[in-house]
Design a protein around this ligand. Structure first.
Ligand code: 5RP
Length: 223
């Protein structure tokens, strides 16, 4: 099976976690996009969705799914999203697609986080994938110095020759070379650096469930 076929398989399996008549939180990225396409097929069975990015909102609307503002929502049973890496405890690195802050906000309102990923995303120790850190533009240099002092190699993410701009008009520093053995402690430490909007570590609140696409089928990990 190709990586896309594995992503499609977990996207389909995630429909089992959709609660009828409710609003669902939806992530960002290629796996989330496959999930949105599946969700479109059952759109009459949900009330609508909250999107973790402008791109996700556009795709949801293209399927006729009503997109709600998070400020109008009190509770959500489930948030479904991909990950760049996930460990055996359900801690994740996210933000490869640049939507980490909104993803963390929407996920924080949901009762359960269902991670959908192809099998290559499961790791013993987080950090092979460069850790995304969203920062206020004026803090790129100062935050980079903090990250270097922590042993990371920080690189400002670029797009079309310009610093990458998030939906929140901020930039992203990708911090490579980190071996993250204590993800929750690292999440707090980086979040505390002045100028950091949020770090793409989802460990203090990790996944509740991970649906992992493998060549022998969808594996379900519960945390
Ligand atoms: C976007 C994310 C994505 O969930 C992550 O990058 C995984 O993406 P994909 O499903 O394309 O592999 O965190 O900000």
């Amino acid at each position: 099976m190709t990586q896309d076929e594995l992503k499609q398989a977990v996207a389909r399996a995630a429909l089992d976690y959709v609660v009828e008549g409710r609003i669902i939180g939806v992530g960002t990225g290629s796996t989330a996009n496959f999930f949105i396409d599946e969700l479109g097929k059952i759109r009459d069975r949900i009330k609508g969705a909250v999107a973790s990015s402008e791109a996700t909102a556009t795709r949801l609307r293209s399927h006729g799914i009503t997109v709600f503002d998070l400020n109008d929502i009190d509770a959500m049973p489930v948030y479904i999203d991909g990950a760049d890496e996930i460990n055996h405890q359900g801690a994740m690195i996210k933000g490869g697609g640049g939507a980490l802050t909104r993803e963390k906000i929407v996920a924080s309102v949901a009762d359960r986080f269902v991670c959908i990923a192809d099998g290559s995303k499961l790791v013993d120790v987080l950090g092979t994938f460069p850790l995304p850190v969203e920062v206020i533009p004026m803090a790129v240099q100062s935050v980079s110095k903090y990250l270097s002092a922590m042993g990371a190699m920080p690189v400002l993410r670029m797009k079309d020759g310009q610093p990458y701009m998030t939906d929140n008009a901020c930039h992203i520093i990708d911090a490579s070379g980190m071996r993250i053995t204590e993800p929750a402690a690292m999440e707090s430490k980086i979040n505390d650096i002045p100028g950091v909007v949020s770090v793409g570590l989802f460990a203090i609140r990790g996944a509740s469930v991970c649906l992992l696409g493998t060549s022998t089928g969808v594996r379900r990990l519960e945390f």
